[in-house]
Design a protein around this ligand. Structure first.
Ligand SMILES: *[C@@H]1O[C@H](CO)[C@@H](O)[C@H](O)[C@H]1NC(C)=O
Ligand SMILES: *[C@@H]1O[C@H](CO)[C@@H](O)[C@H](O)[C@H]1NC(C)=O
Ligand SMILES: *[C@@H]1O[C@H](CO)[C@@H](O)[C@H](O)[C@H]1NC(C)=O
Ligand SMILES: *[C@@H]1O[C@H](CO)[C@@H](O)[C@H](O)[C@H]1NC(C)=O
Ligand SMILES: *[C@@H]1O[C@H](CO)[C@@H](O)[C@H](O)[C@H]1NC(C)=O
Length: 360
């Protein structure tokens, strides 16, 4: 039998294990885009996973089992990296075919752990006779705020079936997250999918685990009971709250008219090129970087700064790919002490040359 002393040591080391950030850390952000596979009635889906992780960038060894069919790791993180919040971040992505109800814990490198819980019960839409398509959530560059300074973040969502979409906090009692905590200083507007940070938190990194769900339009009207969603998709966000500066809350950078409007949808044809300009102005403090998260093979210019404006050019060519038909691009500007609202646009690959599962 173990002595009580041994127990104390055991419990203490377990507690340390959990708190030690070098051991295992949540991602700085994570989303999954789910595409139902029509040919088997939606029993399986192709899932495109995307994770923002703190540096050093984790490798994805082990994400695909050996010989696993239709499992593919995107080899490079470029150009999706940034320096803020410190010590900087990178984007990692992979795709695989999974059952429509799925839960798993991904261990990336030895550092990042992400619990995934997906429920996309195959529902055939009455009017289209096609499978329901789960909503898409755009992953913003890692989120920053300053202690004492209220901040709001709108998530960008898109549902191809035009269903109403809502966000809610993930629930531990439903198995959707492990050890998830809600923070009193982060509020969620479920209908608008908007997060409000009250400012009343000390410096640190705070996790926000959400489920995004699409509902049948009519289920919104009979609002007495909680409507059953068509699908539930996990979203992991992390808000890094930085020390208040002596100068108080600084004005956030603002996107100018040259930048595409929020949630612009661009329909593009095979081999067409998308050209975007992300431009921000910032009073007082200059922009030090514009963080971008988008599809593989995106090309970005360096940061071009004039006295009043900071600009980044972004282009993407629609070459044959195995990516989802809908691809978000999000960007936000960082100054040393603040961050702009993230802004996202959506590329719709029109005549998709998306290759069927299993091909490469
Ligand atoms: C998937 O989960 C939903 C909700 O829990 C359940 O109703 C459905 O039967 C499940 N489908 C499969 C194929 O397990
Ligand atoms: C199918 O029905 C939904 C509402 O249930 C509607 O939003 C959508 O536009 C319809 N699609 C077609 C192709 O008629
Ligand atoms: C978020 O979106 C709402 C509209 O849904 C808008 O009124 C608000 O200004 C936006 N907030 C930010 C910080 O972008
Ligand atoms: C994007 O820029 C390229 C090169 O300047 C040009 O050939 C192309 O037509 C542009 N695409 C669009 C949609 O304007
Ligand atoms: C931002 O902070 C870094 C490191 O403290 C400093 O070197 C740099 O000059 C600052 N940039 C601006 C624009 O304030």
């Amino acid at each position: 039998m173990l002595s009580s002393f041994t127990w104390v040591v055991l419990v203490q080391s377990l507690t340390l294990l959990q708190l030690d950030p070098a051991h295992s850390a949540p991602p700085l952000g994570a989303v999954v885009h789910v595409v139902p596979i029509e040919t088997n009635g939606g029993k399986t889906v192709r899932a495109h996973f995307m994770v923002a992780a703190a540096n050093p960038c984790p490798d994805l060894t082990g994400v695909c089992a050996e010989g696993e069919e239709d499992c593919k790791v995107h080899p490079t993180t470029t150009p999706f990296t940034g320096t803020k919040p410190g010590p900087g971040w990178c984007i990692r992505r992979w795709q695989k075919t999974i059952p429509s109800n799925y839960s798993a814990t991904f261990e990336l490198g030895s550092k990042v752990t992400w619990d995934v819980f997906i429920r996309t019960e195959a529902t055939v839409r009455a009017n289209t006779t096609k499978l329901n398509r789960p909503p898409y959530v755009a992953l913003p560059p890692p989120l920053r705020a300053t202690a004492g300074c209220p901040h709001r973040i709108n998530l960008s969502l898109l549902d191809l079936d035009k269903d109403p979409v809502r966000c809610r906090f993930a629930r531990a009692d439903q198995g959707e997250c492990h050890g998830c905590t809600q923070h009193s200083f982060i509020e969620l507007n479920e209908e608008k999918c908007m997060l409000s940070f009250s400012g009343e938190a000390s410096a640190g990194q705070y996790s926000v685990m959400l489920m995004v769900e699409d509902l049948l339009p009519q289920s919104k009207l009979s609002s007495n009971e909680d409507p059953k969603p068509l699908s539930s998709i996990p979203v992991y966000l992390s808000l890094t709250v930085e020390e208040a500066s002596s100068s108080g809350c600084s004005a956030e950078p603002v996107a100018t008219g040259q930048s595409p409007l929020r949630d612009t949808r661009l329909i593009i044809l095979p081999y067409e090129q998308v050209n975007l300009t992300a431009t921000f102005t910032s009073e007082l403090e200059s922009v030090v970087e514009i963080g971008v998260v988008g599809p593989p093979e995106l090309f970005m210019s360096g940061l071009m700064t004039t006295e009043t404006m900071s600009t980044k050019e972004v282009t993407w060519v629609c070459a044959p790919n195995t990516l989802p038909p809908i691809l978000p691009i999000c960007f936000s500007a960082n100054t040393n002490s603040s961050q702009s609202e993230p802004r996202c646009i959506w590329i719709h690959q029109r005549e998709t040359m998306t290759l069927p599962p299993g091909t490469s």
